[in-house]
Design a protein around this ligand. Structure first.
Ligand code: NDP
Ligand code: MG
Length: 379
């Protein structure tokens, strides 16, 4: 039996992790549940899972009588306070955006293992986070499906050299759209992801291919591979979740129907595989699997992210901060979709690269990127 803190419990990853907890009460207990402002949803989860501690960033007007049995924490630091108070063995970091970095950082101090969905924490603070994890000998178990696939393929490594990581990519909702149409894609168009059902921000990132750029940076940190050895392959069916090429040319892949409970459960149960009601893969029904090179002309954000990784220092933080600001503005109808990569590129050009030596440096670079992006959004 392991205790697990689910940070971002009301979200897409959080609720699917709780589905695994529900199916395996003998293996897991959710001792801490946190959210930002979805209080009614969190109250319902607290009723069902009976954690020791719960947290909301936005304090609700009232706490219903029947959820007062657990300790409640509110306010901007509530996630990390709740995590510390819960004494959970594992932390599933499933907050969206750089807002999750503090939680990942704290989890490395107070937990035995970090189960990482929050890719932005590695994109922005990757060198610092991975160094701290290594120093404290805390496993960072990937939840992102591509990284989980690579992690699973690497189990067969047996000390052999890895030649290349191949990250697969569905191509997002606009995969087949013409360049001129992509610019004015609506929120509805962009949120209609063909294969995965996820939170709003990551779905927008998939459509712009920023998500795949963030994932290249995430893979660099998790697996210690340089940008040159991480390739992206468009694979519209999302059946091959990613691949590893070894020194002898052999390529190992991990396959399955697109269902995030696979990678979430793998991280939760590692090294044990945790069953859920996974739909069996029917190869005959699938018939074929397709692969293609990414189109960087229609989706320029992908090469921008790879360049930011190569530039190092604050560049990936600026890329992420500008993207978070631009995605927020797009979802509010303030800018057309096509301005997202334009704003990222402008921020990367305008803000000089500085070294990242500590977490405060991350927040400083993030602040500059957001302030810059905010000005561009007004134009
Ligand atoms: P959602 O938007 O569905 O959920 C986000 C969760 O974080 C919610 O519980 C939300 O609370 C909480 N939250 C949001 N902002 C804050 C904040 N500032 N402080 C504290 N809590 C906050 O996101 P997803 O579940 O889709 O994604 C979570 C992370 O996992 C992202 O980094 C994403 O890239 C990554 N990921 C997601 C995948 C997916 O399938 N969804 C796949 C691979 C990676 P509230 O509900 O109250 O707003
Ligand atoms: Mg992914």
């Amino acid at each position: 039996m392991r205790t697990i803190a689910i940070l971002g419990a009301t979200g897409s990853i959080g609720t699917q992790a709780l589905d695994i907890v529900r199916r395996h009460p003998d293996k897991f207990r959710a001792s801490c549940l946190t959210a930002h402002s979805a209080s009614d949803k969190l109250f319902e989860l607290v009723r069902q899972f009976r954690p020791d501690v719960a947290a909301l960033v936005n304090e609700p007007e009232a706490i219903p009588e029947d959820v007062r049995f657990c300790q409640w924490v509110f306010g901007p630091d509530s996630t990390v306070e709740a995590l510390k108070a819960s004494r959970a063995q594992d932390a599933l970091c499933a907050i969206v955006g750089i807002a999750g970095l503090d939680a990942v950082w704290t989890a490395l101090d107070v937990c035995e293992r970090v189960l990482l969905a929050n890719k932005e924490a590695l994109v922005t603070g990757g060198d610092l986070v991975m160094a701290k994890a290594a120093e404290k000998n805390i496993p960072m178990l990937p939840v992102d499906s591509e990284h989980s696939a690579i992690f699973q393929c690497l189990q067969a490594r047996q000390g052999n050299p890895v030649k290349r990581l191949l990250l697969t990519c569905s191509g997002g909702a606009l995969r087949n759209w013409k360049k001129e149409d992509i610019y004015n894609a609506t929120v509805k168009d962009v949120l209609a992801h063909p294969t995965w059902n996820m939170g709003g921000k990551i779905t927008v990132d998939c459509a712009s291919m920023v998500n795949k750029g963030l994932e290249v940076i995430e893979a660099h940190h998790l697996f210690g591979m340089p940008a040159e050895k991480i390739d992206v392959v468009v694979h519209p069916q999302s059946i091959v979740h990613s691949m590893v090429e070894f020194g002898d040319g052999a390529v190992l892949a991990q396959l399955g129907n697109p269902d995030m409970r696979g990678p979430i459960g793998y991280a939760m149960g590692y090294p044990e595989r945790i069953p859920y009601d996974a739909k069996p893969l029917d190869f005959a029904a699938l018939g074929h699997l397709d692969f293609a090179a990414p189109d960087t002309d229609r989706f320029p954000a992908l090469p921008m992210a790879i360049e930011a990784l190569k530039a190092g220092g604050s560049a990936p933080v600026v890329l992420n901060g500008a993207n978070e600001a631009a995605v927020g503005a797009f979802l509010k109808g303030q800018i057309p979709f096509g301005r997202i990569p334009e704003i990222i590129l402008a921020a990367l050009d305008a803000i000089p690269v500085t070294p990242i030596m500590c977490i405060a440096d991350v927040y400083e670079a993030d602040g500059k990127a957001r302030a810059y992006a905010k000005e561009r959004i007004k134009i």
